[in-house]
Design a protein around this ligand. Sequence first.
Ligand code: AHM
Ligand code: MG
Length: 332
Amino acid sequence: MAKKNQTLGEFIIENQADFQYSSGELSRLINSIRLAAKVVNHEVNKAGLVDITGAAGEVNIQGEDQQKLDVYANDKFIQTLTNREIVCGIASEENDDFITICGQKEDHNNKYVVLIDPLDGSSNIDVNVSVGTIFSIYRRVTPMGSPVTIDDFLQEGNQQVAAGYVVYGTSTMLVYTTGHGVNGFTLNPAIGTYYLSHPNMQFPEDGNIYSINEGNYNHFPQGVKDYIKYCQNQEDGRPYTARYIGSLVSDIHRNMIKGGIYIYPKSSTSSNGKLRLLYECNPMAFIVEQAGGKASDGHQRIMDLKPTELHQRVPFFCGSKNMVEKAEEFMK
Ligand code: AHM
Ligand code: MG
């Protein structure tokens, strides 16, 4: 049972017994993410002090400029998970291909793979706006003892055993689920400890915030244009409030607390939208559903989509259940 002021460490231990994570491997894995997130948090917080921000001069697989902190965060998460030998493979939004990890005895006997977006929304760093880390954990589907294959990563979102995000905001929070509800922990930076601050988070069924990049309006499908007009109409408690940070984790975190919908649709310039199914949409969908919200591609449940490639993009409609259902009606 979640208790306020409990530390994340205590919570993980307590719930390990509850949920019978037989070997404790999943607990150790979440512990490693907690540790790496603290290190990244420290670096993100210093971003304005040292000359570390700005494009690193590299371009990631999607052809976007990579920021230095993206590279740093990517390295930290991969290093931490690799050194502790608790996963058999990692796929990252920042890497072209997945990484295979084996123990010192080359035994390949760990059972989990992690998919991660180490620093999402990093174009916000230069202007001191929140960014986030998103992670997703699956049990491998190939036999233990052999190296992981692409099949271990291309699993439907409904197979996730855990997912979470870290929001580096006015305070730093780690929010995660293992399929038994959603709990949020706030970092006390003075002592480096996360405390349970948001037990059993619930997405309000309704809301009055819509979050979408309206600059792309002319390129949106008709259903999305009509839904935006619906949000703006003066009736039944509308117009809704428009709020768009352009940082997925922060936009969804706010909507989960206040009630709202986040949409990144396809458009005439990007046929599947922008967000990645494996690193962004599936983990966010798992968290949002566990909190009572809904996530779809405008037609079908996100977590039931069968991934075909590591860096696949999908349209994303996510938030308060009734709002997502209303948007889906417009998409028909
Ligand atoms: P990134 O993974 O390159 O950081 O891009 C993902 C981000 C999301 O955090 C955010 O919701 C979206 O891109 C904003 O995109 P846009 O600027 O097109 O509205
Ligand atoms: Mg991203």
